[in-house]
Each structure stands twice: as C-alpha cells, then as structure tokens.
Ligand binder design. Structure first.
Ligand SMILES: O=C(O)[C@H](O)COP(=O)(O)O
Ligand SMILES: [Mn+2]
Ligand SMILES: [Mn+2]
Length: 511
C-alpha cells in the first residue's frame, strides 16, 4: 500500500522572520522572554526543524554570523553561495589581492603622481560589512608600491559588534599601520552617518564633506574622536585627526573602499564620486568587492554567480509570486532572494510598504507590521497568486537597537501578525513555510574585546527555526529531518508547489 502524500501540493506562503534565531531560554533571549503563543505552537505542533544560517553552511567563513543578504540569497538560490567576505579572504590568502593588476596599476600611478591613497571603510570585525584586518593587505600593497601618503577614513561600528568598542578597533588600525609602515587614521565618523541606506542625504553629506574636504571637528586622537559621541559608536560625529595633516582628497589621489558589503556604503560612495566630479577632482576609485552603485566603481574581487534560484524556477514554471516587505527589507525579498538580480521576471509582483525612514525603532517596535500583514493577507486571498513571499522585519530591525524591552515587544507583535497570516493561509488553503534568515533577538548581549558583557543588537551564529504548516490537516503531518540549512528552503518551497528543485540547487526538499 502506498503512503498517502502528506502535503497536497498547491499555493503557499514563504515567510522570512528576519532575525528569528534559536537559543535556549535565557535572560538575554528576547524571543523566549516574549509571550509568543503562536510561534511556540507553530514550532511545537507542526513539522519543524533547525536550519543552519551562518558560517560555511551558507557560504560564509567558518564561524561567522549570518546576515540578511546571504540569508535571503541562499534561501532563494537553494545552495550555499560563496559570499563576498569569503571571496575577499580567499583573494587575500592566495595572494591574489596583493598582486591584483588593477590595484597595482593604480597604486603605481598614484605613487608616481605623488598622490595620496584614501582607504574608506568600517573598522570592526563584525564580518557583515567589513573586516578591519583586510586593511593590513591594502596597507602592505600601498607600502610595496611606495605610496607615501596613505590616509584611513575610519567608520566606527557599534552595531555588528558591541557598542563602545570603537576605540579598541581604531587602536588595531593604528597597529596595522605601524606593522605596514604606511598609513594613518585621518578622519573618524560613525556608521549612522557614513552608512545610511535610507536616502537620508543630510547624513551622507557629513561623511562626504569630512573625507573630501576635511570638514569635521579637529581632535588629536582616535580615542577623543570616539569619546565625543553622545550616542555610541554608530553616531561618532565627523572628526578630523589633526596629527594626520591635510588629508583632503585632491586631484590625482585614489580611493579604495574596503567594505565588502555594498548596501550601506553605496549611497556614500555615489555621493562622494559625484561630489569629487562636481568639484573638478579626478580621482580613481576601486572597491574591495562589487558595489551596486549608480556610478561604476571597479571591484577587486568579483561576485559569485547566484543564478538558477527560486525566481528562475518560478518563472520557468509560469508561477506567480508576490513579494512583500517594508522598506528596510524590501530588497531582500526581491533583489537578494532573486540572486542579486534586479530583473523582475514576468509573473512577479513587488509590494513595498513604506513608513517613516528615520523611524525610532525603540519607540515604534511594531514598525509597519500591520500594513505588511494586511498586504500578506490580501495577496494570500488571491486565487491567481501561487506564492506569497514576505519578510517580517521587526525581530531583526528592533533587535539591532540592542534594547531588550523593545525587542520583546517586536517579538510579540510578530507573534500576533503570525496569527493573522496563519488564519489567512487556512482560509485560502495555503501551506506556510516560516524560517529565520539568521539569528539576532535570541541573544541580546555579547562579550566585548575588553571582556565585559554588553548589550548587543547584532546577529548570531545560532540556527534558525524552520516550520512547515501543511495546507491540510486530514493527513499525517510529515516529519522534517533533524537538521537543515537555508539552502533547503527553495527546494522545499518548489516541492510544496508541486515542482522539482532547480538543477542548480544542492539543497533538498525537507519533505
Ligand atoms: O546593516 C545592518 O543593518 C547590519 O549591519 C546587518 O543587518 P542585516 O544583515 O540584517 O541588514
Ligand atoms: Mn536579516
Ligand atoms: Mn540585521
């Protein structure tokens, strides 16, 4: 006798609960501190497992925390993708970066013209946007080409690493410059200004004016620069370190952007390029990894191919998908889940829920969740929609504030939204696959480099819950394998839609 098909293939909802990681209950675990009956019930009563969302399982360096870009890319690709941090590290380990012809040619040209090299990037070891140690390779290359003036325009973090650690990382930069015999920190500014991605150009302009024209508060040490912030490392005001001398960007200089992740540096890179051009300064620029800037900036390390994922398979099968998220995560359910591909395939609809771009997430931990939920419910009710893909951003975005109470509220708001979405799924006979893209809110403290335990709003290496709510309850519920990875999501989604995994996918259907 054949076993009945446990899940009736049909339309569904793929929900990414951003920052929904798994860890044992603890007094810094916002998810277990929160009252979340719907999520608890979901995991307890329906087929569920834990999925790896960090390190090698998704294409990151071993032991590194997951992030929204690689999380959504792997969810969409159905296979781990070598992420930019890994590719940069490989280029360093193999010596390819140090001997990169484009870098070498530009350094030589700069040295001959007596120009300066400006290194701009985030100085921490958060491994999400950048790694401070990458500077060592760039400084060595500058030294080898005898570039005499090397200025580091340091951006302080406090988001991907514990806050109030900026001074430690700037001290590390100073060590690296001493080791290489080249370079000095010229300016310091927090990532809140330099890495805005929400179009707040007033913030970006402060970073542009600082590095291009030396407009900032003069101070004589990195420690004083970081200490001048009243709002932690993210918001260190534009500061010029006077011992570096005149570090303005002039005609014939070159710039290397050393963030490997594009999303939060590209606005600054674009504005700086435009400003230099508008003021008649001809400056060569390269970035460590490929950026999605409007102005073309050549990359030293190319991206991995991410084609052949869920979007391509949906298009090939003629299936309609609706993508829904609020602004903070809109690119994640469109551009990133589609393999960093901006093309909108035929039957693909995008719903971007907008709100206050400068929202204070501690004061407003619900964000625009009600409108996101309403859009999911509406899309689910449409007979012509095969797959709804939505991101519920609160757990991650509010988690980043490092504020435990606000994050608990965000978890509870997400729980209530889930209740409405699950009801909509029952009404429309849809299955639901809910998954985190990386951990965040399940651990809200971290040990800082100096050994103290601090509030922490960044990501984690914890696995994420993955739950499948079948579209019918009259057949035995399937059992999912004990462990999974984010690469299994797309094959499972295609299976639930009644299709095979794509040939480029190495993940497997979990049921
Ligand atoms: O850019 C950010 O907000 C954080 O550094 C990383 O968070 P994300 O990967 O969720 O965007
Ligand atoms: Mn995320
Ligand atoms: Mn995040």
């Amino acid at each position: 006798m054949s076993t009945p098909e446990p899940v009736l293939a049909g339309p569904g909802i793929l929900l990414v609960l951003d920052g929904w990681g798994h860890a044992d209950a603890a007094d810094d675990n916002a998810l277990t501190l929160a009252r979340t009956p719907v999520l608890d019930n979901l995991v307890a009563r329906h087929p569920s497992t834990l999925a790896e969302a960090s390190g090698e399982a998704v294409g990151l360096l071993p032991g590194t925390v997951g992030n929204s870009e690689i999380g959504h890319m792997v969810i969409g690709a159905g296979r781990p993708l070598p992420y930019d941090s890994l590719l940069v590290q490989q280029a360093i380990d193999s010596g390819v970066l140090r001997t990169h012809p484009r870098l070498g040619a530009l350094l030589e040209k700069t040295a001959e013209a007596g120009g300066a090299l400006h290194l701009i990037g985030l100085c921490s070891d958060g491994q999400i946007h950048a790694h401070v140690e990458h500077l060592s390779e760039l400084l060595a290359a500058a030294s080898a080409h005898q570039v005499q003036r090397v200025f580091i325009h340091a951006i302080t973090d406090g988001r991907d690493v514990a806050d109030h650690t900026g001074e430690t990382y700037l001290a590390r930069v100073a060590e690296l410059t001493a080791q290489a015999g080249a370079g000095q920190i010229a300016t310091v500014i927090g990532r809140g200004y330099a890495m805005d991605k929400a179009g707040n150009l007033d913030l970006t302009e402060q970073a542009v004016a600082l590095v291009a024209d030396g407009h900032g508060s003069p101070t004589d040490s990195a420690r004083a620069a970081v200490g001048s912030s009243e709002r932690g490392d993210e918001w260190v005001p534009a500061t010029v370190l006077t011992p570096a001398g005149d570090a303005r960007i002039t005609d014939g200089d070159m710039v290397v952007w050393f963030n490997f992740r594009s999303d939060r540096i590209q606005q600054f890179a674009d504005r700086l390029s435009e400003h230099l051009m508008a003021t008649g300064r001809s400056v060569d620029m390269v970035s460590l990894a490929q950026y999605d800037t409007r102005t073309a900036i050549p990359a030293l390390v190319e991206r991995a191919d991410a084609s052949g994922g869920l979007a391509d398979e949906l298009a090939a099968a003629g299936l309609r998908s609706v993508r829904i998220a609020e602004a903070e995560k809109f690119e994640h359910v469109t551009y990133y889940i589609n393999g960093r591909d901006a093309a909108v395939r035929g039957k693909e609809e995008h719903v971007r829920i907008t709100g206050d771009a400068k929202a204070d997430y501690v004061a407003r931990p619900r964000m625009n969740l009600d409108r996101v939920t309403a859009a999911v419910v509406e899309a689910a009710s449409r007979m012509d929609v095969d797959l709804v893909i939505a991101n519920l951003a609160n757990i991650d975005v509010v988690g980043h504030t490092g504020n435990l109470a606000a994050t608990v509220t965000a978890c509870e708001a997400t729980d209530a939204a889930m209740e409405r979405i699950l009801q909509a799924a029952r009404d429309s006979r849809r299955w639901v696959l809910a998954v985190g893209d990386h951990g965040n809110a399940e651990r809200m403290t971290k040990q800082a480099p100096d050994g103290t335990v601090r509030p922490y709003g960044g990501h984690t290496t914890n696995p994420v819950p993955l739950v499948v709510v079948p579209n019918r309850s009259d057949t035995p519920a399937p059992v999912l394998p004990e462990r999974a990875t984010l690469a299994d999501v797309a094959p499972t989604v295609l299976h639930l839609l009644g299709h095979k995994p794509g040939s480029a996918m190495t993940g497997r259907p979990l049921l």
